[in-house]
Design a protein around this ligand. Structure first.
Ligand code: NAP
Length: 785
């Protein structure tokens, strides 16, 4: 059985399932999410996001989508007030209704290409050596899907857990709180108020709705097959507070007890559990949702890397080891809190001693770290650097050294090696080169005195933001990398974690709707490097912005010379497909890759698709020729240029080429070629294009400085500066305009895309091996005087 419908099926589209789906997509895995409900929930069960969850959302660039949620620095431990303030960019707890969190994560995950299928109730599950079969009742009848892995994110009553036979030991609820959202009542707010008959909590929201929660001391939890009636909570409320809330309108009523259950293992072969499916606990202080979201962030990158054969053996097993231990600890503190909160007069003495202890800063910080998730440390060797296993250190702005530099790669869900200045910096950066498919290397400025992390030459940060390794020994770094990711291009069948080679294929008619960038895993077809073609036979090339104009002409020319060409585009999918089809019709080889440049995660997206395309066709991710052609024009007078327009010009024209080169160097072998497209406007004036010309001036610096760095590897890098060259601009349809523009060239015509493509093809050839760091005028003798 070689064919599967997708890499991973996630069951449950609550916050945990959606977070996991997004993380899997970032890691390049295809994912189908099956959800029983036809529409998103309208209930807001959980409403608290803690500091560590906020950091994780921030890490993925998701915080803007939450707006400015209210922050409460004060939390509680079993109802005893506790300040949650700790060093973090997002200290305290943040009030975000669950519907909002779900909406945000749903938009994110589906935007990344997760295939969310609502109205599907999972009814069957069977494990096989290389895949899992899932049966579901769908809106159109029974559905049967296969995947490499299945993850149950389907809550306390998880169908996946039951169908896969996981044990879920623990105890049922002994005591319970009943709660309701009530409209139209005027009662005072009560914060964990202990009255003689019980515990009462009332919090009026901005929309006038009051959430009430009540527990009568000594009253045992009831066996419930449905949510309680409002009359029951109104009666309990009256018994405890003396207040009558029967005149209010209940919007939502629910009971939750102190049941505590914990799956003994989070993974059984190809089935995994996350969130409440793995651990049931009393939702005190919002820890349940946060614990689940953090399960998802821990699991996503590991599972994606495993499903795609990029993971080191054993990586996936670290999910259970790390998260089960965190779950055990959280369940423990919740159990303790439940006693303090729901116990009657018998716990008063304990509560008062506890209240005194919380007065000690170390005790407070300890408990706050536990509840906020900021104290989580994953397994590390005893002699490892103290930062190992902890979250990427936070330091006050201004003392953060280069830690902010990790955010770009983390946003794209990649690992990152931060290298600080020092004698071994080059060796450390070099050690990570073989993992460039999974880990970005960023060289950062020295940490200012007193800043964090002090005296560490390099930090290896996992895609989930935890430190995998810290130190200065390149051999130690290599060993750490070996524990997480296979070397790029390594045979995944060699170990146990990846899918066996040849077993990772998808069926010809995969039912998933996937974006063009989505990696697929067809059997590699090797390039016939002996085929007698042009002077680039056997080479591979990436041309950015190749859906039209000079990029298209360059892609066609390089393909005619025998290169396998990646035709990059952003919005012109049809145009790019046409370019590929044209090349193939002429006997050449090409494939399209989509990525919008100049936006966060652009380079990651580009290389995900590029490497997949190369791997499928050549069996390797080697790239011989890179042409940075994609660009945007300005056409705005300097006085009208806005900061946003300026930033956009630089982001697409200058920043993207820089980071594409930085990333591509891991794939470019000795003797490679890089060509960057500049513009004649760096040599002759046009006041309407100052900002554009500045961005092109910046791009020219790449050739000068990189030429020196790359000379020892015989990689050449040059700038090509076109003059006025025909493209889709309507100006070229106006004969008078064309005539006027033609007059600027010594040849009395405008340039054609092929004029420039031929120059680029020359620079990409072996004949141009002695040209590097140079500026090549491709303006057709414009404004010679
Ligand atoms: P063009 O016809 O305008 O096409 C631009 C290409 O770049 C398209 O393939 C487009 O992709 C891609 N692109 C634009 N913005 C992008 C973004 N944000 N992310 C990803 N791709 C993006 O180009 P051209 O006129 O041939 O120019 C090519 C290069 O030469 C540019 O760098 C330009 O600045 C430079 N240049 C042009 C002239 C000239 O007169 N034409 C003169 C001097 C220099 P989609 O269409 O798929 O979105």
């Amino acid at each position: 059985m070689d064919a599967v419908d997708t890499h991973v099926i996630v069951v449950g589209a609550g916050p945990v399932g959606l977070m996991l789906a997004g993380e899997l997509r970032l890691g390049g895995a295809e994912v189908i999410v099956l959800e029983t409900r036809d529409a998103p929930t309208t209930e807001s069960r959980a409403s608290t996001l803690h500091a560590r969850t906020m950091e994780l959302l921030d890490q993925r660039g998701l915080l803007d989508g939450l707006g400015a949620p209210p922050r409460e620095p004060m939390g509680h431990f079993g109802g005893v007030p506790l300040s949650l303030d700790l060093p973090s960019p997002h200290p305290g707890q943040w009030k975000v209704p669950q519907i909002r969190t779900e909406e945000l994560l749903g938009t994110w995950a589906t935007g990344l290409g997760a295939d969310l299928r609502r109205g599907h109730e999972v009814t069957g599950l069977a494990q096989h050596p290389y895949h899992v079969t899932v049966e579901a009742r769908g809106p159109g009848g029974p559905v049967r899907l296969t995947a490499r892995y299945v993850v149950g994110c389907d809550g306390e009553r998880s169908a996946v857990r039951r169908l896969a036979g996981f044990e879920f030991p623990g105890h049922d609820a002994e005591r319970e709180l009943i709660r309701a959202d009530v409209d139209g009542v005027e009662i005072p707010n009560r914060r964990f108020q202990r009255l003689p008959g019980g515990l009462a909590i009332a919090a009026r929201r901005g929309d006038g709705v009051t959430r009430v929660m009540v527990h009568e001391f000594g009253r045992a939890a009831r066996e419930r097959s449905a949510e309680p009636e409002f009359a029951e909570i109104a009666e309990a409320w009256r018994n405890v507070t003396g207040e009558d809330i029967t005149g209010g309108t209940p919007l939502w009523v629910n009971a939750f007890g102190d049941a505590s259950r914990h799956a003994g293992r989070y993974r059984d072969r190809r089935v995994l559990l996350a969130g409440d499916a793995a651990h049931q606990q009393m939702p005190i202080g919002g820890q349940a949702l946060n614990l689940g979201l953090q399960d998802a962030v821990n699991l996503g990158w590991k599972l994606a890397a495993t499903a795609l054969g990029r993971a080191a053996p054993g990586l996936l097993d670290s999910y259970h080891r790390e998260r089960h231990e965190v779950g055990r600890r959280v369940l423990g503190n919740i159990s303790a809190q439940a006693r303090l909160l729901l116990g009657g007069p018998e716990v008063e003495a304990l509560r008062s001693v506890f209240g005194e202890l919380i007065g000690y800063e170390r005790v407070r910080a300890h408990l706050a770290g536990m509840i906020s998730g900021l104290d989580i440390r994953y397994e590390a060797d005893p002699d490892a650097h103290p930062l190992t296993g902890a979250r990427l250190p936070y330091a006050e702005p201004g003392t953060a050294g280069g830690l902010g530099a990790a955010l770009g790669p983390l946003r794209a869900g990649r690992g990152v090696l931060l290298v600080f200045p020092g004698p071994d910096a080059a060796a450390l950066a070099g050690a990570a080169r073989s993992r460039a498919g999974s880990v970005d290397t960023v060289t950062v400025p020295a940490v200012p005195e007193g800043g964090e992390p002090a005296g560490v030459p390099a930090l290896l940060v996992r895609p989930d933001g935890y430190v995998a390794w810290a130190g200065g020994d390149p051999a130690g770094l290599t060993a750490a990398l070996d524990r997480w990711f296979r070397a790029d291009g390594a045979d995944a069948s060699a170990g146990s974690a990846g899918d066996p080679a040849g077993k990772a294929g998808r069926p010809a008619a995969a039912p998933t709707t996937t974006p063009p960038t989505t990696p697929t895993t067809r059997t590699p077809q090797r390039v016939d490097r002996s085929a007698p073609m042009g002077n680039l036979t056997g080479k591979t090339a990436l041309v950015t912005g190749a859906s039209r104009g000079m990029g298209r002409a360059t892609a066609e020319r390089l393909a005619r010379e025998g290169a396998l060409v990646a035709v990059h585009y952003s919005t012109g999918a049809d145009a790019a497909a046409e370019v590929v089809a044209g090349i193939e019709k002429d006997g050449g080889r090409a494939f399209a890759v989509r990525a919008e440049l100049g936006v966060p995660g652009d380079v990651h997206e580009l290389f995900l698709a590029l490497e997949q395309g190369l791997k499928e066709r050549t069996g390797s991710t080697e790239l011989n020729i890179l042409v940075n052609n994609a660009g945007v024009m300005g056409g705005v007078k300097p006085e009208d240029t806005t900061p946003e327009q300026f930033d956009r010009l630089f982001a697409v024209n200058a920043k993207a080429p820089f980071f594409i080169i930085q990333r591509a160097l891991a794939n470019i072998p000795d003797g490679g070629r890089i060509v960057n497209i500049s513009s004649g406007l760096t040599k002759f004036a046009n006041p309407d294009e100052i900002a554009y010309a500045m961005s092109k001036g910046a791009v020219e610096m790449l050739a000068l400085h990189y030429a020196k760095l790359l000379g020892p590897r015989n990689i050449t890098i040059n700038s090509v500066a076109p003059g006025i060259t025909r493209n889709d601009n309507p100006l070229f349809d106006i004969p008078e305009a064309v005539e006027a523009m033609s007059g600027l060239s010594a040849f009395n015509r405008v340039g054609e895309p092929r004029d420039v493509a031929d120059i680029i093809a020359f620079l990409a050839s072996d004949d141009a091996r002695w040209i590097t760091g140079s500026f090549v005028d491709a303006t057709g003798g414009t404004l010679l005087g």
